[in-house]
Structures are given as C-alpha cells and as structure tokens.
Ligand binder design. Structure first.
Ligand SMILES: CC(C)(COP(=O)(O)OP(=O)(O)OC[C@H]1O[C@@H](n2cnc3c(N)ncnc32)[C@H](O)[C@@H]1OP(=O)(O)O)[C@@H](O)C(=O)NCCC(=O)NCCS
Length: 318
C-alpha cells in the first residue's frame, strides 16, 4: 500500500473534510451554558457556532475554519494536508517569523491526525514536510507549544527539545476604574484597517509563543469571529503608547498583546501593562489574561497577575 501524500490545503474544496477530520478528535459533544460550564449532551449538528468553538477552537465549524484559513493566509502561513486515496487524514498549520527580531522561526500552530491513522507515521511525515518548507524559506528553527503528554512524546520522538516554559497568567479586573492614574504616557487610537501588519522592527512581548504576524492577523479579525459566533464581546482595540523615546503598540482586549519599539523598553513595560489594563477595563473586560515566558513572570506578578498554568515550549534547529 502506498503511503499518504502531503500537499497544500485547497481552501475552496477542503473545508468540510478538515472539519470532519478535526471533529473525530472530540469524544463527546455537549451544550454549554451561558457562563461557559458544561450543559446537556448534544450532537455536533445541534450546537451553535460558539458551542462548537468551545469544544476546541475554529477547526470544528465550517464558517470559523474558513475565516481561520484566511487569517493564516494573511499571516503568510501554510496549511498542509495528508491525503490517503483522496481522503484527508491529517493536517498541519505553520506560520513564519521572518520580519522581526526573532527572525527565522517557523511555528506549528496546530496539527492533527485522524485517530484511525495515529501511530502510523502520518504526523512524522507532516512535520518532515513542514521542516522542508521552513528550510526553503530560510528559517533556522521550528517551534511548537505542547499542552499534553501525548503530543509532548510525539514532538520529543522527532527530536524537538524543551526550550522554555510557556506560562499562562490572569488578573481579575474588578471595577476600580477610576483609581488608575497614569502620567506621561500618550495614548493614540489606531485603526486595524490601515494596519495589515505589526509595526516593523517592534518586538512582541506577551503572547510571543505565536509569531507576531499571526497574532496580529488574528486580532484584526477577532471582531468578525465574534460576529460568526453571535457573541456580544468587545473586539480588540488598537492603541499606540508613547513615553519619551519609547513606543509600544497595545491592544485593549481580554489577552495582553504588546509590541514595543527597538529602544530598551524594560522600564516602560510595567507602565504599558497598566495602560493596557486601563484601556481594556474601558471596553468592559473583566479578566485580563497573558501568555508569557518566565523572563516576564516577575513583571506580570508585580502588576497583579497570577500564574494559572503552563505548557512546554519546544524547538528543533533546521
Ligand atoms: C500528536 C499527533 C499529531 C501525532 O500524530 P501521529 O501520526 O500519531 O504520530 P506518528 O505516528 O508519526 O508518531 C511518531 C512517534 O511519536 C510518538 N507518539 C505519537 N503519539 C504518541 C502518543 N499518543 N503517546 C506517546 N507517544 C506518541 C511515538 O514515539 C511515535 O512512534 P511509535 O508509534 O513508533 O512509537 C496525533 O496523535 C494527534 O493528532 N493528536 C491529537 C491532536 C494533538 O494533540 N495535536 C498536537 C497539538 S499541536
């Protein structure tokens, strides 16, 4: 029997097969209550778009996946599929980080293999092709973050090494809106429409497990994602912060995403975090979250964030 072939996804014709593939990973479908807790058992068909998302992200609904693939395209990413006799049995999504200080990184956003095809080398084949693509694009290493033991064992089997701990923090914002005074920082609203890419030369801190261009593209389209899910949530608002020579671009949203200018911004980051909190409160955010590496743990804790959990951040040189 010949093995699967690996090729680029066709977004026009592959959406249904990709949703079907990703749905096979879900053991049980159920409703969600409004506060996000588990509700009555259900079928995939009966679920709302938001409930499908809650089971595992944009891969479980046609409209969400279609937008997700457009976002990946806008971010310059690649989606590979493994086909066996025409049927899609595996998928891998990768984005690249070429125009930033972390130049030369390819990051695997997501991959999945049909449960009936797992442990048969399909995942290994997908990663091999992704590595070849990344090498041809001039990348120097591939990264991925792993949330569970099985995927950790898989990446370890391919010689990925754990490089760091990816930490997840959160802070309850309560409603002490008025108390926060911030001096000396100019805050200028920016428009997503006029800014298809993150500012050149700026470095992404917080949320920097994903590449800057992918993070940016996702935030730009978040409002559309909320619309598809019929969610009355504030879409991310973009702001330029300026303090003397130093600039940062931040987002009022429930996750901290902060880009700072090439100047040394270490003293500025705590202030920029506090401003981000203030701007997020203003649009009604009640819990602020942040992904970060341990190098920024102290800073986040100093402004009131609490560590909630961690993932392994792995890397392999090319
Ligand atoms: C992780 C995943 C993509 C691996 O795909 P796969 O096609 O089964 O992987 P391979 O057959 O190429 O496995 C290669 C090696 O990885 C290791 N490995 C793979 N799955 C493993 C598991 N569940 N537990 C322990 N080791 C595992 C083994 O060493 C395996 O070699 P072996 O089968 O000879 O022992 C697949 O299990 C999957 O889709 N999981 C659910 C989604 C997921 O976790 N995605 C990753 C998040 S980015």
């Amino acid at each position: 029997m010949t093995g699967p072939t690996i090729e680029a996804v066709n977004p026009e014709t592959d959406i249904e097969a990709l949703v079907s593939l990703n749905c096979r990973e879900i053991a049980e479908w159920h409703h969600y209550t409004k506060d996000g807790t588990r509700g009555a058992p259900s079928t995939w068909k009966e679920l709302s778009t938001w409930e499908r998302w809650r089971h595992g992200g944009p891969w479980l609904d046609f409209n969400l996946l279609s937008l997700h693939l457009r976002i990946l395209e806008e971010a310059g990413g690649t989606v590979l599929v493994a086909r066996q006799k025409g049927e899609i049995i595996g998928e891998l999504e990768v984005v690249y980080d070429m125009g930033s200080p972390e130049r030369g990184r390819a990051h695997i956003v997501w991959m999945v293999v049909d449960p009936a095809w797992q442990r048969k080398g399909v995942g290994t084949l997908l990663v091999k092709h992704a590595r070849e693509l990344a090498t041809n694009l001039g990348c120097q290493y591939v990264t991925v973050s792993s949330q569970d033991q099985d995927s950790y064992s898989f990446y370890k089997s391919l010689n990925f090494q754990k490089m760091n701990r990816l930490l997840f923090f959160s802070k309850e914002l309560g409603n002490e809106t008025a108390s926060m005074r911030i001096d000396d920082v100019q805050m200028l609203p920016l428009e997503w429409k006029q800014r298809p890419r993150p500012p050149l030369g700026f470095k992404l801190v917080f949320g920097n497990n994903y590449t800057p261009s992918y993070t940016w593209a996702y935030l730009r389209h978040m409002g559309k994602l909320y619309e598809l899910m019929d969610l009355d949530k504030p879409s991310p608002k973009l702001w330029l912060l300026r303090q003397k020579e130093t600039e940062a671009v931040t987002v009022a949203h429930n996750f901290v995403r902060l880009w700072h200018s090439p100047q040394d911004a270490s003293d500025f980051l705590a202030t920029a975090l506090r401003v981000t909190e203030k701007l997020s409160r203003r649009i009604g955010v009640s819990q602020l979250n942040a992904y970060s590496f341990p190098s920024h743990q102290r800073l986040l804790e100093a402004v009131g964030f609490t560590l909630q959990g961690e993932e392994a951040y792995l890397s392999i040189p090319l």
